[in-house]
Design a protein around this ligand. Structure first.
Ligand code: 3HC
Length: 290
């Protein structure tokens, strides 16, 4: 998602410093950006010159350093310790006036802000995948987030061509409090043999007009991310309705975390979505939908 955020920022005219601990992830992000922009040139939405200018505005920085930025957006994995550590370092290594935003899917902005010396300048700025396409940016104020910080993030989202929607700082905010239990419920339906991966996806696509069925979407989001969000909901609300399905846990334990791993509820190893062979121990009601 960091690459997608860098792309929309650079396309809006901002100079971007793109940092990741791993050069491979930087390279992958840059390749995706290049591919997306090349497609826009092909479709006549960008000139070759504009494409070159957008790329030139993205400066990849594989080493942690003093980042001289006005606005930082963290998009690390959905792990609270990783995020707290990053925010402590961002607090030390960016100018004191900089706003620090997190693209967290579910973790408390109040908690993240509290490890910095500037909680008034910390905000949740939650983008959606694929970032260049999806219109929404959920803006989450922590308890201490100031109005000028909110206004700056709001203005930035609009400049990036997005529609900002405000949410309060409770686990999962609005989006993932609703989306993730639905995806988890689909996994329970599979686990209990109500339907197959394909039939459950077909029901939600054809019956509810969702662009992707819950299993395709879960594979797209990453089953590790989905599980991490369910854990935040379960812990944050202390309510059993948010318990993760044991089958989801097993997929994550197997490393079958979705599209990025080549295997999730579908087989992505060929680069396209294909039915996966049913794993041991899952109830797959073969033929239930026929
Ligand atoms: N990156 C950039 N652009 C992409 C893309 C990608 N990964 N995937 C598709 N696109 C672009 C295509 O280039 C195309 O653009 P064009 O019309 O200008 O040529 C446009 O999107 C439509 O693509 P397609 O015609 O190939 O395919 P679809 O019509 O099926 O749309 C989709 C693809 C937009 C991804 C659609 O399937 C969709 O909306 N899926 C649901 C996505 C969703 O729910 N995202 C939210 C996930 S939850 C989240 O991110 C929050 C986190 O906290 C969990």
């Amino acid at each position: 998602m960091g690459g997608g955020i860098a792309q929309v920022a650079a396309a809006a005219g901002d100079e971007v410093l793109l940092h990741d601990v791993n050069q491979q992830f930087i390279d992958r992000g840059l390749r995706t950006i290049e591919k997306n922009l090349a497609r826009s040139v092909e479709k006549g939405r960008l000139t070759e010159e504009q494409r070159g200018n957008i790329i030139a505005r993205i400066d990849a920085r594989p080493k942690w350093e003093d980042f001289d930025v006005e606005f930082a957006v963290e998009a690390a994995s959905e792990n609270v310790e990783v995020k707290l550590d990053l925010f402590r370092r961002m607090d030390t290594d960016t100018p004191p006036t900089a706003i620090l935003a997190s693209n967290t899917s579910s973790i408390s902005i109040t908690r993240i802000g509290a490890v910095t010396s500037r909680p008034a300048q910390v905000i949740g700025m939650h983008f959606f995948n694929p970032v260049p396409v999806m219109k929404l940016v959920e803006l989450i104020r922590g308890l201490a987030t100031s109005q000028p910080t909110f206004d700056a993030a709001h203005a930035l989202a609009i400049r990036y061509g997005k529609v900002p929607v405000a949410a309060n700082d409770f686990p999962g905010f609005i989006s993932n409090r609703i989306l993730c239990p639905m995806l988890n419920e689909a996994v329970f339906a599979l686990y209990e043999g109500v339907g197959t991966v394909e039939s459950i996806d077909a029901v939600m696509k054809l019956g509810m007009n969702h662009p992707m069925g819950p299993f395709e979407l879960a594979d797209f989001v990453g089953l590790d991310t989905l599980l991490a969000i369910m854990e935040v909901l379960y812990e944050g609300y202390g309510d059993s309705k948010y318990r993760a399905c044991p089958l989801l846990r097993n997929y994550v334990a197997a490393g079958w975390v979705g599209r990025k791993a080549g295997r999730g509820f579908y087989d992505w190893s060929s680069g396209t979505m294909q039915p996966a062979s049913p794993p041991n121990g899952a109830v797959h009601a073969a033929g239930a939908a026929r």
